[in-house]
Design a protein around this ligand. Structure first.
Ligand code: B4P
Length: 191
């Protein structure tokens, strides 16, 4: 079973590239951001709790995210493999994910980290704000806070997976298809 982490700062193309990977390889796509946005729309307790953090560009607390992920993974016990997109975002989440996967004799195969300059990330998110209706894309100060949270908290996970020999960086600028082709070459070799 292949379990990938698609990693990178907000706007690096995690969601975009995950979609292309699931189409080719049939992975189950687990995007914490998508789960939260669905929970907003259906106004569940989780959605109401998460929204307050997301609209400020802060991380949802670890215990909320980890509880939600454990439930999500239990729904897919027969999966061929997962793509984790936007999870983990803290070391506590990474350790919890290792424990959850280990219970089923499983592990993360590889973290694919998309590298994109900050100026380009801001341009992409401001552009997406025009069409997405996402509360966290609408305001430049919230976008900048998300990038700061990434640098202060989430980026440290690169070292976590480097130490486990599970890290690979991919140049995340260029056309969507060019980036996908870089990623696909890496994923193909895992089978
Ligand atoms: P996410 O939904 O993960 O939002 P994101 O980091 O902005 O990434 P997203 O997947 O949307 O964007 P992508 O990089 O694909 O999280 C939202 C919020 O939820 C977080 O800020 C946090 O509050 C909360 N949250 C989620 N997970 C959490 C966790 N584990 N713990 C705590 N809180 C959590 O970029 C896409 C944009 O770039 C698109 O507009 C796309 O069209 C464009 N793009 C992609 N590739 C491009 C290319 N090659 N060229 C030009 N544009 C490109």
């Amino acid at each position: 079973m292949i379990n990938l982490l698609i990693f990178g700062p907000p706007g690096s193309g995690k969601g975009t590239q995950s979609e292309k990977l699931i189409n080719k390889y049939g992975f189950i796509h687990i995007s914490t951001g998508d789960i939260f946005r669905k929970a907003f729309r259906t106004k569940t307790k989780l959605g109401i709790e998460a929204r307050g953090y997301i609209e400020k560009g802060e991380l949802v607390p670890d215990h909320v995210v980890i509880g939600m992920m454990s439930e999500e993974l239990e729904k897919h016990t027969t999966s061929k493999g997962f793509i984790f997109d936007g999870f983990p975002r803290t070391t506590i989440q990474a350790e919890a994910l290792d424990r959850i996967l280990d219970k089923n004799n499983n592990e993360i195969t590889l973290m694919i980290s998309l590298e994109v300059e900050e100026k380009e990330l801001i341009t992409r998110l401001v552009k997406r704000a025009e069409i997405s209706g996402r509360c966290d894309d609408q305001n430049i100060s919230v976008i900048k806070n998300r990038l700061d949270v990434y640098k202060k908290t989430t980026q440290a996970l690169i070292d976590y997976y480097k130490e486990a020999n599970k890290y690979i960086a991919v140049e995340g600028t260029g056309s969507i298809d060019e980036i996908y082709s870089r990623i696909d070459k890496i994923v193909n070799k895992l089978f």
